[in-house]
Design a binder for this molecule. Structure first.
Ligand code: GLU
Length: 451
């Protein structure tokens, strides 16, 4: 490992000892940049790594809200604005009980590279709250979103930061936050948030974008291997918005998702989550707020494995973790390898522990694709939403899909080419990190040493 990189990683670990997820992602990203840093002494001369691992600004705010019984609760809200060298901060808001500084910082750091990879002019940020939306009434969600926006509205804006959704934040929550934004600021402000309903400025295709984009990326990988998506059986984890888009696009292209997972376990449907009824049922399950994937097995009479993850499932060609961080550890990775899976396509942000990721990448017959590239279709369509809002235009679904396709193919091809350029072979993980890093680092150098 390059000595400068090692020094910065050691420093980050020392300074952020209580932030394991953030340290993990810094180690993974910087750890893959050695050939690039070796070849470019200007990065060290300009302290680029030290600057990149420190957010430009970080906000933390109180979010009080009243439940339906009039009881007052307090949650902690965050917006961490990591890097705006190439455009206004952009990234999602996550509402989940395990949200904390470490989780938001790891997501924000990843977002910088992901957003750069898209080739669109967006910087990186992330936010959210340690609020659990499961089991809350619609009115409670609404009050929470309004209070959250009261805490955040001073720090965002169309030329500053454009937040969107992430886990626990979908179209409904974005709508409530946007209503609060308009009331607080008296302005539409080019849409302010992305992921809005198309009735008030949202882009066509945003709900599908992350899942569809992931499958377009997968197609590019299969194309590189002279392989075909038709007939492929895919182990999918999660059953939220992203997994839904993945299942839908896989079915459309003649492949099928055969597993889904939730906090309660996983289901195995050998026929595939591939009919309109089954795919629509995923939306119903999510909207119910029960957060149980067993409901699918009960409805469609297939097997349910309580308390297990789908990684031991046999007869699958491709694995796509679409749930949450660190879903695949060393033991799970060994099961995937034992089943002879050839394609490991990360979709959720950092779904693999560093140790497991290295183990999977070391397998001769396995291709590993990193989440920051595979899932960047979501934020890409968000950026297209910003463009449409600023132009006061609405592009139809066909137009947006065409862009999405082109962006995802470009992300794959650019990553593959960058890895090749630095003598790393077909290494999509390092390639994505290199492409994202180069763009942001070079922009920072050209903007001087002051920020
Ligand atoms: N949360 C999504 C992501 O990770 C979407 C962000 C956005 O659309 O701004 O990239």
């Amino acid at each position: 490992m390059n000595a400068y990189i090692q020094r910065v990683i050691d420093d980050v670990k020392k300074k952020n000892a209580s932030q394991p997820e953030f340290c993990q992602t810094v180690e993974e990203v910087l750890g893959s940049l050695s050939p690039l840093i070796d070849a470019h002494p200007e990065y060290e001369e300009n302290a680029i790594l030290e600057r990149m691992v420190e957010p430009e600004r970080a906000f933390c705010f109180r979010v009080p809200w009243e439940d339906d019984n009039g009881v007052l609760h307090v949650n902690r809200g965050y917006r961490i604005q990591f890097n705006s060298a190439i455009g206004p901060y952009k990234g999602g808001l996550r509402f989940a009980p395990n949200v904390n500084t470490s989780v938001i910082k790891f997501l924000g750091f990843e977002q910088v590279f992901k957003d750069a990879l898209t080739t669109l002019p967006i910087g990186g940020a992330k936010g959210g709250a340690d609020f659990d939306p499961n089991g809350k009434s619609d009115k409670e969600i609404q009050r929470f979103c309004q209070s959250f926006m009261e805490g955040m509205f001073r720090f965002i804006g169309p030329d500053v930061d454009c937040p969107a959704g992430d886990l626990g934040v979908g179209g409904r929550e974005i709508g409530y936050m946007f209503g609060a934004w308009r009331r607080l600021t008296g302005s539409y402000a080019n849409g302010a948030l992305s992921g809005k309903d198309p009735l008030f400025g949202g882009s066509a295709f945003r709900p599908e974008a992350t899942g569809y984009g992931a499958v377009y990326y997968l197609e590019a990988v299969l194309g590189h291997e002279n392989d075909d998506i038709k007939g492929k059986r895919v182990a999918v984890a999660g059953f939220g918005n992203v997994a839904w888009g993945v299942c839908k696009k896989l079915a459309e292209l003649g492949a099928k998702a055969v597993t889904l997972s939730g906090p309660d376990g996983y289901i195995y449907d050998p026929e595939g989550v591939a009919t309109e009824e089954k795919i629509n049922y995923m939306l119903e399950m999510r909207a119910s707020g029960r957060n149980k994937v067993q409901d699918y097995a009960d409805k469609f009479h297939c097997q349910f494995f309580a308390g297990q993850k789908p990684w031991g499932q046999k007869d699958v060609d491709i694995v796509m973790p679409c749930a949450t961080q660190n879903d695949v550890d060393m033991d799970e990775a060994k099961k995937i390898v034992a089943n002879g899976v050839k394609y490991y396509i990360e979709v959720a942000n950092m779904p693999t522990t560093n140790e497991a990721l290295k183990f999977l990448m070391d397998q001769k017959n396995m291709i590993v694709a990193p989440s920051k590239a595979v899932n960047c279709g979501g934020v890409s369509v968000s950026a297209l939403e910003m463009s449409q809002n600023s132009e006061r235009l609405f592009w139809d679904g066909e137009e947006v899909d065409k862009w999405l396709h082109k962006i995802m193919k470009g992300v794959h091809d650019n990553s593959a080419a960058a890895a090749e350029r630095y003598g790393l072979g077909y290494n999509l993980v390092a390639g994505a990190n290199i492409v994202g890093f180069e763009k942001v680092a070079d922009a920072m150098i050209k903007q001087g040493r002051a920020y």
